[in-house]
Design a protein around this ligand. Sequence first.
Ligand code: SIN
Length: 298
Amino acid sequence: MSLASVSLAASEGAAQAFEVRPFAGRVGAEIIGLDLSKPVNSVDFARIHRAHLDHHVLVFRDQRITPEQQIAFSRRFGVLQIHVLKQFLLTGHPEILIVSNIIENGQSIGLGDAGKFWHSDLSYKELPSLGSMLHAQELPSEGGDTLFADQHKAWDSLPEALRKAVEGRSAAHSYTARYSETKFEGNWRPTLTAEQLAQVNEVIHPVVRKHPETGRKALFVSEGFTTRIVGLPEDESRPLLAELYAHSIREENIYRHQWQPHDLVFWDNRSLIHLAAGCPNHLRRKLFRTTIQGDAPF
Ligand code: SIN
């Protein structure tokens, strides 16, 4: 560390003694001993940024933070994206999407089945998400896990024939691809208004993208939002996508997050796809999500 960065860090607040503990043999790492309710100086921030690029999903334990603090920390990574489902944005804090199966007065308080299919957040936008942060508010006593699958490993281990079939190709992504399908018991999805539909027109992205910060290649298709491979007839596109999906979620590429109270999980949507495993409907689950805008995939 240079003298200049030491004195800059000092003027921004004290360094925090925290540890980055990678999960053995898996994508992801735990961050222990960092308190996000306190200022994070630029030296600590650079360590977190590096760990995020290296491990793709970071689990910050025991974060007693407010929505304002979650928003402020998220903003340090980029511009925040406002979810199209305005119904489920936290009052006074539209940067936060409420992910919840809780029904109050006959109304869902949040998106109850967010993540029911594997996906990368907002891949249906021209500028998909760099990363998302999910902060636990209320957790069920059973289930409710979130699974993350490493798409760099998926690409690196893709059989040669599949690589050849997809390299240089693009795929269409759409928010409405699986919108009305319900995998869980509840049906939490409101009908999209014309205004909402206009915000989620189909977009085209490369099937294999390069991470803009590390240069590593990753598969960038998912059952949640990808609808077709551009330029292939439907009867070729569908089986090819099915093979890619099966490969992208191989057991060895997956970290399964079992939530603990006050966890804040921050993942890289350019490197991973994720899935909400679901929990029994009668058990309450509520999390706050912020979503950081990324670059156009290339
Ligand atoms: C999401 O896809 O953002 C939600 C994941 C979860 O609820 O576990």
